[in-house]
Design a protein around this ligand. Structure first.
Ligand code: F6P
Length: 324
């Protein structure tokens, strides 16, 4: 192994820069050449490849976004695109590749590994939806950003004695919504994994809460359910309680990473380089039971992850309507 390339792919996540820094510096510490690939697989296919020195990654550990830029690349899903990408890696002497992203990005790494380019994935997504790992880079920062924003919406919601439907990101997964639901003490949490689309139950809960003197009713709605604005209108019509929808959106993906994100990113970035240096390929880095671990990409992509029943049950019991 002589040269490692690193790219970020898919939706960005706070902590990606810390991971890039770790990959570059860990590689340099082993005497390897380091290259940055701009704009994910798109940039690889366009040969947007730059040399990276230790200095190129100084002062980025605390910055949100990704200095390498990112993209979602349709061409990389085609056989032709995958072959072209592998040829470009060979042309630039890249014999090891670190891909920072989510499941979709790992699928690209898997194909490149099959074509002879040693590749390792690092989980980077605010959604926490990668089955082989208990942690994905970006989640902690995003969930704290959302939590703070929800606290603010709650202030005004209480002053106006309103109901608020607040939509958080997460694609098809409800982790961000569940964590915010618990951290913000939301009255209702709607998760794609659990929602039965019985809006009448939700409405009854709001009316019941109001009868008990609640000044607000916060509903955390996961992006995977969506339709927050129309939901708010229906709730207002059915309950007579003024209801507003707030969609937090992309603010959840920005900002300076928390300590947890910086440390996991630094560890996972280094671990990925260590795997490549040890001759491993087609692996995904994970964090399980307090340890950094790795899995075969095929196995990792086949794993499934669900919402913890206990966590969900506790979340509901802490904000239920009680008679005393
Ligand atoms: O995967 C991260 C994520 O922010 C999801 O939560 C969301 O569904 C998606 O990306 C949004 O993607 P885009 O930035 O392309 O709108």
């Amino acid at each position: 192994l002589k040269t490692i390339g690193v790219l970020t792919s898919g939706g960005d996540a706070p902590g990606m820069n810390a991971a890039i820094r770790a990959v570059v510096r860990r590689g340099l510490s082993k005497g390897l050449n380091m290259k940055g690939i701009l704009k994910g697989y798109d940039g690889l296919l366009n040969e947007e490849i730059i040399d990276m020195s230790a200095k190129d990654v100084s002062d980025i550990i605390g910055r949100g976004g990704t200095i390498l830029y990112t993209a979602r690349c349709a061409e990389m899903r085609t056989e032709e695109g995958q072959k072209k990408a592998a040829d470009i890696c060979r042309k630039h002497g890249i014999d090891g590749l670190v891909v920072i992203g989510g499941d979709g990005s790992f699928a690209g790494a898997q194909k490149l590994a099959n074509l002879g380019i040693n590749a390792v994935g690092i989980p980077g997504t605010i959604d926490l939806d990668i089955a082989c790992t208990e942690y994905t880079i970006g989640f902690d920062t995003a969930v704290n950003t959302a939590m703070e924003a929800i606290d603010k919406v709650r202030d005004t919601s209480t002053s106006h004695e309103r109901c608020s439907v607040i939509e958080v990101m997460g694609r098809n997964a409800g982790y961000l919504a569940l964590w915010c639901g618990i951290a913000n003490g939301a009255e209702d949490i709607l998760l794609p994994e659990k929602y039965d689309y019985d809006e009448q139950k939700l409405i009854n809960n709001i009316i019941e809460g109001r009868k008990r003197g609640k000044k607000h009713h916060i509903i955390i709605n996961a992006e995977g359910i969506g339709h927050s604005s129309s939901m708010a209108k229906r709730i207002e019509a059915a309950t007579g309680i003024e209801t507003r929808a707030t969609i937090l959106g992309h603010m959840q993906r920005g900002g300076s990473p928390t300590c947890i994100d910086r440390v996991h990113a630094s560890m996972m970035g280094s671990y990925a380089v260590d795997l490549l240096a040890a001759g491993k390929t087609k692996r995904v880095v994970g964090y399980k039971n307090g340890e950094y671990v790795d899995f075969d990409i095929n196995e990792a992509l086949a794993m499934e992850k669900g919402i913890s029943e206990y966590q969900y049950e506790v979340a509901k019991s802490l904000s239920a309507n009680y008679s005393k």
